[in-house]
Design a protein around this ligand. Structure first.
Ligand code: GRG
Length: 304
């Protein structure tokens, strides 16, 4: 007899790989390499955005879009935009002025494969292109919806989201005394906001009712924190071979994280509780929400 959990994991792996393949086709189309001296920055953008990542954010956009009957084409435009913003954040985060990392997704980081200045420009190019893509009529026939999507992504990526969170994170490196409330806020901004956008994009595209949006917001809120705790655990328990990036960096920097504050066992238990809560927010949706339920479980069970 088939183990239902195994079957779920297989379904999820297939769906994640499918989302990755299709979103990569859209990104590939959005970043053609032109003739001329500027080609180098396009090559660096492609290196960063088409590298071997999980594509979890695009998956969430497509899974959320499915709940509201959004066309595949619209969902993919939003999925490509969020992945390009994510890729930009990784490129800039790895720079010598920030985390100074040499390894990302099992390969040299963008500034190692190219150079620092090109990596800065590649990040800038990806961020800008994400919004250019969302503004295209392919994203949605209604310009009001495109505007709403652009505003939501700007909010998630900007000072009140990822950029603000990254600023706090840089300061936190010299503040090992930060408590769990401060760390929760930091992570909610740094990684949670973009994950929340990914979960809500389909609701925006599908002009979903308030109640459905609230449910997705609750799901995203818990999922984002669970994702970050899992990331902190991987930094302690993972290996560079599996994660494709250096591990042990938080402890080496003396940084306060969920794991340094709660310890491994309580951190894992907290992540599992958050996943249960995240899934409960989806109760008002039918079987179409199954991929989102599976994504929540994947987030805490992942090894990379
Ligand atoms: C530079 C403005 C700016 C922001 C950087 C998100 C971020 C802020 C930095 C990334 C650093 C980091 C490792 C954060 C932990 C959580 C995280 C975003 C992990 C990487 O995301 P995954 O696991 O990566 O989805 P893949 O490679 O699968 O896409």
């Amino acid at each position: 007899m088939t183990d239902p959990q195994r079957a779920d994991e297989t379904d999820f792996a297939v769906a994640l790989a499918d989302a990755a393949r299709t979103v990569d086709m859209v990104i590939d189309r959005l970043i053609p390499v032109p003739e001329g001296l500027e080609a180098r920055v396009f090559e660096a953008m492609r290196y960063a955005a088409l590298g071997p990542g999980k594509r979890l954010r695009p998956f969430l956009v497509l899974a959320g879009s499915r709940l509201f009957g959004v066309s595949r084409r619209s969902g993919l435009q939003a999925a490509a935009a969020v992945e390009m913003v994510h890729a930009y954040s990784l490129v800039h985060d790895d720079l010598p002025a920030m985390d100074n990392s040499d390894l990302r997704r099992g390969r040299p980081t963008c500034h190692k494969a190219f150079d620092d200045a090109t990596a800065v420009l590649a990040g800038d190019g990806l961020l800008t292109l994400a919004f250019e893509g969302l503004a295209q009529p392919d994203t949605h026939g209604d310009p009001g919806v495109r505007c709403e999507l652009i505003a939501a992504l700007a909010l998630a990526a900007g000072n009140q989201g990822m950029v603000g969170g990254q600023m706090i994170d840089l300061i936190a490196e010299h503040r090992p005394d930060l408590d769990i409330g401060a760390i929760t806020r930091l992570q909610r901004l740094k990684t949670g906001a973009l994950i929340a956008f990914s979960c809500e994009a389909g609701a925006i595209l599908g002009k979903a009712p308030h109640e459905a949006r609230q449910a997705l917001r609750g799901y995203a809120h818990d999922l984002g924190l669970a994702f970050q705790i899992a990331d902190d655990l991987l930094d302690v328990e993972g290996s560079p071979e599996k994660t494709g990036k250096p591990v042990g960096q938080d402890a080496a920097a003396g940084k306060a994280t969920f794991v340094s504050i709660l310890g491994i066992e309580r951190a894992r238990a907290h992540a599992e509780l958050l996943v249960t809560q995240a899934v409960a927010h989806l109760d008002l949706f039918d079987r179409n929400a199954e991929p989102m339920r599976q994504a929540a479980r994947f987030v805490v069970e992942r090894r990379a």
